[in-house]
Design a binder for this molecule. Structure first.
Ligand SMILES: Nc1ncnc2c1ncn2[C@@H]1O[C@H](COP(=O)(O)OP(=O)(O)OP(=O)(O)O)[C@@H](O)[C@H]1O
Ligand SMILES: [Mg+2]
Length: 520
């Protein structure tokens, strides 16, 4: 309870207030004393003034007496005498009240006796003579001498009194100034001491509160800068002590947590390093793999090119052999059969019938040989070019399958190189084969046209269409082959097909120079 900051502050403030009140009280007492002295000094001054004024009481009375003697105005002189006498007695009464010492009282007593003598002499002795009209020289002169004597007594005795009062006044005045100076000095000293003590007290109380606060603040700032460990020495039972204790606890926790975090961070850094190394290894492996894949792809590509070339050459060779050898042989056999048929006995109908049948078989065989030979390598493609070959193949397709096939050519393909002609023809063949095998179509429409720098072949049917999965079936190689042929010539193949909406195969091949080494 007594250790709380508020108690410390209140105590400090209370001590300062007490000191202030003490200083004020002491100064107030000194001022009161000074005020009394001041009144006394003023009073002394007044008394001195009165005393010096009173020295002339006798003269004032004598002035009235002289007037009454000279003017003989009894009524006026009586009024003046009454007023002068009253004034003189009042002044004497005031002086009597101011007299303090025995000598002063004696002086005032002498002056009072002299005034009453003057009054007595004037009223008892002079006034009757004046009323009777006595001349000035004579008894009045004698009485006048008595009055002069009393006036001197008044003046002398009151001068003594005035001198005594003056001494008192001077002493009082000197005392007043002495006390005033002493009061000012002591007041200043007490005030200064009070201020100094109050300042020291407030500084002490402030230090009591501020020092630990500063220590806590320094520690908090140190912690903010990340300094560890942060120490606080302050210990007390007040709020600052509680604050310092809490800070110590918190600092301990922060230190512990920081150590944990540092450890975790180091672990994380190690893991990141390991992961980076692993990623680097994976990247290296990937690069190696990619290199190998590229190499393998290049190998496969050239193998594919080679295979396509060999395949085309094989096809052409087989086609030639079938056409030239087998076709010639069959034709020769058919000619021989016709020769035999002409020499058959005329009466044997069965022989004639058999010969006719045999001729029919030969015709069929020759037709089949022609078709196979044309399928393998259409002579038209080499002799007349792509347009003729496409139109011929479309007609043959219709004949064979009964599916109407129209071929529209809108370009001059006479000078098209063999690679492109062969690729487009094979794509056309595969597209029509697919129509025959899968489309259930009644009509096929093929167009070949030039579009910018490209040659576009589109084969569209009105068949059942195909699902996406069918077109991407990994076991089917027809579409893959078409796409590969287009790709090797720098072109691309796209298939638009939806179930129930037919299929459209579109291939675009650039008309520029064929890629080097590509021969399909
Ligand atoms: N014109 C079409 N109409 C409907 N379906 C088609 C058409 N063309 C292709 N398909 C579908 O796409 C699949 C893939 O055709 P692709 O030519 O690749 O293989 P395939 O003809 O089945 O076999 P092959 O490898 O002998 O050509 C076909 O099995 C068929 O289901
Ligand atoms: Mg196919």
């Amino acid at each position: 309870m007594f250790n709380k900051i508020s108690v410390k502050l209140t105590s400090g403030f209370g001590i300062c207030l007490l000191l202030l009140m003490t200083v004020v009280a002491v100064n107030f007492q000194a001022l009161q004393k000074l005020e009394k002295l001041y009144h006394r000094t003023v009073q002394c001054g007044e008394e001195l003034e009165l005393a010096s004024d009173a020295q002339h009481i006798g003269e004032d009375l004598y002035q009235i007496i002289a007037n009454s003697v000279i003017n003989r105005d009894l009524a006026g002189s009586a009024r003046l005498w009454t007023a002068g006498k009253k004034t003189a007695l009042e002044k004497l009464a005031r002086i009597s009240r101011a007299a303090e010492t025995r000598e002063e009282k004696a002086d005032v007593g002498l002056a009072g006796q002299a005034i009453s003598d003057i009054v007595d002499i004037y009223e008892r002795q002079m006034l009757p003579l004046i009323q009777r009209g006595a001349p000035v020289p004579g008894p009045l002169s004698e009485i006048d001498a008595q009055i002069d004597q009393r006036i001197d007594i008044i003046e002398i005795s009151l001068r003594h009194f005035a001198q005594s009062v003056s001494r008192d006044a001077q002493a009082t005045n000197a005392n007043y100034h002495q006390v005033l100076n002493a009061t000012i000095r002591s007041g200043l000293a007490i005030s200064l001491a009070g201020v100094l003590i109050a300042f020291a007290t407030s500084a002490w109380v402030t230090r009591l509160i501020v020092r630990p606060l500063r220590e806590v603040t320094r520690a908090i700032l140190g912690m903010e800068r990340g300094e560890h460990p942060v120490q606080i020495a302050h210990k007390s039972n007040d709020e600052l002590g509680i604050l310092a204790d809490s800070f110590r606890t918190m600092s301990g926790r922060v230190e512990k947590r920081t150590a944990q975090l540092t450890e975790s961070n180091a672990k994380l850094q190690r893991e990141i390093g390991e992961r980076a190394r692993a990623e680097e290894a994976v990247r290296t492996l990937n690069a190696e793999l990619e290199g190998r894949v590229r190499e393998r792809t290049a190998e496969l590509t050239s193998l594919y090119e080679h295979l396509q070339t060999v395949r085309e050459e094989e096809r052409a060779s087989i086609s030639r052999d079938i056409h030239d050898d087998l076709g010639q042989l069959l034709t020769a056999m058919k000619i021989d059969l016709q020769w035999l048929k002409k020499r058959l006995p005329g009466d044997d109908a069965r022989l004639a019938e058999k010969a006719g049948q045999l001729e029919g078989y030969f015709n069929d065989a020759i037709g089949i040989v022609k078709r196979i030979s044309a399928d393998l390598r259409p002579v038209l493609l080499d002799d007349l070019g792509l347009s003729e070959a496409l139109e011929w193949y479309g007609r043959e397709f219709t004949k064979r399958t009964g599916i109407a096939c129209t071929v529209e050519i809108d370009c001059d393909c006479a000078h098209l190189d063999q690679d492109r002609s062969t690729a487009l023809f094979r794509i056309f063949q595969e597209a029509l084969t697919n129509v025959c095998r899968h489309a259930e179509a009644t009509r096929v429409c093929a167009t070949l046209e030039e579009s910018g720098e490209e040659l576009l072949l589109r084969v569209s049917d009105d068949g059942r269409g195909a699902r996406e999965e069918e077109l991407r079936d990994p076991r089917s190689l027809g579409i893959v082959g078409m796409r590969e042929r287009a790709r090797f010539l720098g072109g691309a193949l796209a298939i638009e097909s939806r179930p129930g909406a037919g299929t459209s195969v579109c291939v675009g091949i650039p008309l520029g120079k064929a890629p080097e080494g590509v021969a399909l």
